[in-house]
Design a protein around this ligand. Structure first.
Ligand code: NI
Length: 300
């Protein structure tokens, strides 16, 4: 189907749904559909600047992105009219109201990151569009919080679309300057690094979430036809250290690899996992035990 047709069908559906609630853009008298078309406009321009971008899919997700969160639309309706993938994307872009408020954004970002980069792009486009002069009733704390959230969105999703990541970064800086918000550097901490032959695995904390990545780019020295993107991979994002650690251990034999670094503040958290590993029934002591014990307990 043509993009124009997909656009018209999605905007008609969404506009009608938001109209039932008489929803306006907060702090204005403008109907909500103005916000939706602004997000779609960002996506149309991003599509022009991005390779392998499924514009038809992304435009529908952009126009429908608030239907589950703000209207009486059900996931079944979205599946029926727009298909499963669009419904799944809109669900990921919706906050889970059952979670504590402070966890809702990180949870939504984690679900977005499991989907295609077009969905990451819609979330960035949404925040780009929303970084407007705040409604008059917002106080400084709320404005600062909104800016910090935008910063987190950028940190979590920027790899999804270069063009929108660049736009979002510019908007965040502009907003922070306009409303006197101290800009901070991205809070990224290396918690754990292990290295095997020709590669390494890192567990990092970025803002409020955890993820691990593998990098086997040194292999490309030996196999030049491999592209760097085939040698690096990133995990899902996790909302706690323990969730990330369990997933990492299920995937890689971490304690059989050479320990390169353990962040001192996280040593106490890694130790129980190590102890569980050495207590496994068929575990043979070997060089890696010695290295890990030195790293974790400072034993020579
Ligand atoms: Ni929105």
């Amino acid at each position: 189907m043509q993009i124009q047709t997909l656009y018209q069908e999605a905007i008609r559906f969404a506009a009608a749904k938001h109209l039932v609630q008489d929803q306006k853009i907060p702090g204005t008298d403008l109907p909500y559909v103005v916000h939706l078309s602004n997000v779609a406009m960002e996506i149309l321009l991003a599509g022009e600047h991005s390779e392998k971008f499924d514009l038809g899919f992304a435009v529908q997700v952009a126009l429908l992105h608030d239907t589950l969160e703000d209207t009486d639309t059900t996931p079944e309706e979205l599946v029926k009219w727009f298909g499963y993938e669009v419904a799944e994307a809109v669900a990921a872009l919706s906050k889970n109201p059952k979670l504590p408020k402070a966890e809702q954004m990180v949870d939504s970002l984690a679900r977005i990151r499991k989907l295609r980069p077009e969905v990451w792009a819609v979330k960035m486009a949404d925040r780009i569009t929303n970084l407007q002069p705040p409604p008059p009733h917002w106080n400084q704390a709320k404005i600062t919080n909104y800016s910090e959230e935008a910063f987190l969105i950028h940190a979590a999703l920027r790899q999804g679309n270069d063009y929108l990541a660049y736009r979002l970064e510019g908007k965040v800086l502009e907003y922070a300057k306009m409303y006197d918000i101290p800009m901070r550097k991205e809070d990224r901490t290396l918690l754990l690094q292990v290295g095997g032959e020709g590669g390494s695995i890192q567990l990092v904390k970025i803002e409020d979430y955890f993820l691990y990545s593998t990098d086997e780019t040194t292999l490309s020295e030996f196999v030049p036809e491999l592209k760097p993107e085939e040698l690096t991979s990133k995990s899902d994002v996790f909302t706690s250290f323990d969730k990330a650690m369990v997933s990492l251990l299920n995937r890689y034999p971490v304690f059989e690899l050479y320990p390169v670094a353990v962040h001192p503040d996280f040593r106490e958290k890694v130790i129980p996992y190590y102890q569980t590993f050495v207590l496994q029934p068929h575990h043979d002591r070997n060089w890696s035990n010695h290295e890990w014990e030195e790293m974790l307990f400072g034993k020579g």
